[in-house]
Design a protein around this ligand. Sequence first.
Ligand SMILES: Cc1ncc(COP(=O)(O)O)c(C=O)c1O
Length: 344
Amino acid sequence: MIFLDNAATSYPKPESVYTFMDSFYRRAGVNPGRSGYDLCMEAGELLDGTRKLLARFFNGTDPNRLCFTSNSTDALNLAIFGLLKEGDHAISTTIEHNSVLRPLYHLQKYGGIGVDLVPFDGEGFVDPAEIRRRFKPNTRVVVINHGSNVIGTVQPIREIGRLCREGEMALVVDASQTAGKIAIDVQADFIDVLAFTGHKSLLGPTGIGGLYVAEPVVIRQTRAGGTGVRSAEKLHLEEYPYRLEYGTPNILGAAGLNAGVNWVMEKGFGEIQAHETRLLTMLWEGLKSIDGVRMYCQNSLANHVSVLSFNVEGMEAGDTGTMLDVDHGIACRTGLHCAPLVHE
Ligand SMILES: Cc1ncc(COP(=O)(O)O)c(C=O)c1O
């Protein structure tokens, strides 16, 4: 089988991810941070070690500001609902995934939030000047997709970040498709909140992701519960990472994510990108040479992650996918993705 559905989730994972998850969970799969016995300490160290690893990976200044979530969707919900309040204005784009669009639409409908969506151009890129043009006195947040899960284009987040910094509004970056593929530097890129998922290019399992919240951004708490720390306090703890973490953490997921990130760091972005570019170019050149195949926003492969969309004239996308699967053992994604405005 040739697996080409890595934008949905990477598969298979490096062997070290499976073996470390298995060995760690058998040895120390207990509830971390709740007690002082040895295994509990070991589980806590794994969690905090993974926090440090990821904070370093994204060049964050404080590992405690790296909060674990279930995935990007969870992270983006925490950020969007926790940053915006009634009367605020938010800017985003038409290239977004539903994990950005739906929280924004929800707040637009029920939360008194104004939302502007900036369209991308014919090649799939958002012009930072178009974002700047929509700044209003009450704009609090700009939420931007870093790499598209439909057409693979990578947005100029550093330029957008610089504009947001000048305008004193928070930049939230959805790095679901880029974390683990492209170097992300929250300081140099002016990122205030970075949302990532563990199961794509960070090569961890499903069920874990996170949020890096740069100083001095304050995300309002929209949930509360147990943290294992200062349990007598009536209100949920205000300090990071507890501020945005609730209940028993996903220690098995953290183990897998730890092994996945270590694998990425050992390989290095250079080698990973060279490999993916070689495969993407092969596919791109092959598809270009077939009559009746139409690719989208793929005139050039510059500033693209390895996601490529195409249609075959006269065929439903689902039928093309079935043919690739049944006749050729190629697994890919077909039809409408969770970023409906890109398809429009
Ligand atoms: C661009 C983008 N944002 C957000 C998500 C949501 O990720 P998750 O399902 O892990 O929450 C995805 C997943 O496909 C994505 O591609």
